[in-house]
Design a protein around this ligand. Structure first.
Ligand code: FE2
Ligand code: FE2
Length: 257
């Protein structure tokens, strides 16, 4: 009792001192994007830039590389994004591995490899739409279409090909979960599309791909990426494509402006 009472002020004082030292030492200030605040349920006013600068007189707002994240090369490739941003991505590697083993065409193996890149590297909700948009300038139109479609088709069984509503979705979303109306609408459009089966194939290689014992290396797909992903010579993010800014947001997610 006596100990904790005597210790408490000194611990608090040490914490204060540490915080002050951090503020003095820090030469950059990170301000989260509105979307990141929304995701924390925060709809309050954005941080006051003037007050932040005053509290951290030796710091600047972060406009360059984020020192907390691995440095990206000047001209990043898709593989660099896998290695330096997306983390282990075993689900994607396993999906592509299955697709390859099942004899899918290479552009569909690539679709399986990329189908969830928005989950591992960008925004979860509507990840099929985001992922398709990210890769659209660099892959075959059918690959993009299939990635977008998997977002929708995974909610709808197809008995003819033996695809059932994923069991884990019942646990994750509840047994009464129904896809949003815009997903239903897209399903009707996609069901009759000439590439329906390509989107369906992603969902079929997707659900069987959560195997903790199967280790797959990205190197297994170097050739397929080389043949079917049009890597821009300027680097992803700097090639003036319709999705360059999205790749840059993954490179520098906390850039102030
Ligand atoms: Fe997905
Ligand atoms: Fe997936």
């Amino acid at each position: 009792m006596t100990d904790s009472m005597t210790l408490t002020p000194s611990v608090a004082a040490r914490a204060d001192a540490l915080e002050e030292k951090m503020a003095r030492d820090l030469d950059y200030i990170v301000v989260k994007s509105r979307l990141q605040l929304f995701a924390e349920g925060d709809i309050g006013p954005l941080p006051n830039t003037g007050a932040l600068m005053k509290a951290n007189p030796h710091a600047h707002l972060l406009m360059g590389d984020d020192p907390r994240l691995p440095a990206m090369p000047e001209k990043p490739t898709l593989v660099d994004f896998f290695r330096l941003r997306f983390g282990p991505s075993m689900h994607l590697l396993q999906s592509a591995h299955h697709a390859k083993k099942n004899g899918l065409p290479e552009k569909m193996v690539l679709a399986c490899l990329l189908h969830d890149i928005a989950v591992v590297g960008f925004i979860r909700g509507d990840h099929g739409y985001w992922g398709a948009q990210l890769v659209e300038p660099y892959v075959d139109e059918e690959t993009t279409w299939a990635i977008r479609a998997h977002q929708v088709l995974r909610f709808y069984p197809d008995e003819q090909v033996g695809y059932e509503y994923p069991e884990n979705y019942t646990a994750w979303f509840g047994k009464d979960y129904r896809p949003d109306p815009y997903i239903d609408e897209d399903y009707k459009r996609m069901r009759n599309h000439k590439w329906y089966m390509s989107g369906r194939l992603i969902t079929m290689n997707d659900i069987y791909s959560f195997d903790p014992n199967l280790h797959v290396e990205l190197d297994e797909f170097t050739d397929i990426i080389g043949r079917h992903f049009r890597q821009p010579s300027q680097g992803l993010g700097y090639d003036n494509s319709p999705s360059s800014h999205m790749w840059r947001a993954i490179i520098r997610p906390a850039k102030f402006l």
